[in-house]
Design a protein around this ligand. Structure first.
Ligand code: IMP
Ligand code: MG
Length: 181
């Protein structure tokens, strides 16, 4: 039963803390876009809950699109290579784009996505990352909007997974690798 499986998880950011921070990020994005239209590009699957909440916290005329990449395998480790599994449905040429990602970690994923989206010549390109792990960076890239900056911890919940599990936890929790399944 889910409650048994999840009971020992340590909460890093509670749903209330997440909601408060997402509201602040939404207000900032609303100010920065000042009446412009926006395409919010979610990076599947981890960014889905964040995009859903952030989209309702911005007061702009927004549309959604989604991309999917493979950069992580089934566990903790990055394979290093980033591959596009699902492309944008529509070109972002001439549009204001906000890439919405769960975690900015090594930066490989967002560097790759930024590169392929810039090739389409958007009007503007911004990045919103709920979490940032600056100590893990390999590629030189920063997000325009960061929810929380964290040390090198492995987190789960609010979209983020370990081997595809835990994405539906409402809070952001710490993953203990020794945790019993
Ligand atoms: P990057 O390409 O190394 O920046 O990796 C970004 C992706 O790695 C994120 O979108 C996550 O899917 C995944 N990732 C990085 N750190 C974590 C973590 O602590 N928990 C879950 N997924 C993570
Ligand atoms: Mg991800």
């Amino acid at each position: 039963m889910a409650t048994t499986t999840y009971k020992d998880l340590e909460v890093l950011y509670s749903r209330e803390q997440i909601a408060a921070r997402v509201a602040e990020m939404g207000a900032q994005i609303t100010r920065d876009l000042s009446g412009e239209k926006l395409v919010m590009v979610g990076v599947l699957k981890g960014a889905a809950p964040f995009l859903s909440d952030l989209a309702r916290a911005v007061q702009v005329d927004a549309t959604f699109d989604f991309v999917a990449v493979s950069s992580y395998g089934k566990g903790h480790r990055s394979s290093g290579a980033v591959k596009l599994i699902k492309d944008l449905d529509e070109t972002v040429e001439g549009k204001n784009v906000l890439i919405v990602e769960d975690i900015l970690d090594t930066g490989l994923t967002l560097s790759y996505l930024r590169k392929i989206m810039l090739q389409q010549r958007p009007k503007s390109l911004r990045i919103a990352a709920l979490l940032d792990k600056p100590s893990r960076r390999i590629e030189k890239i920063e997000a325009d909007y960061v929810g929380f900056s964290i040390p090198n911890l492995f987190v789960i919940g609010y979209g983020m997974d370990y081997a595809e599990r835990y994405r539906n936890l409402p809070d952001i929790c710490l993953m203990n690798p020794e945790q019993p399944e």
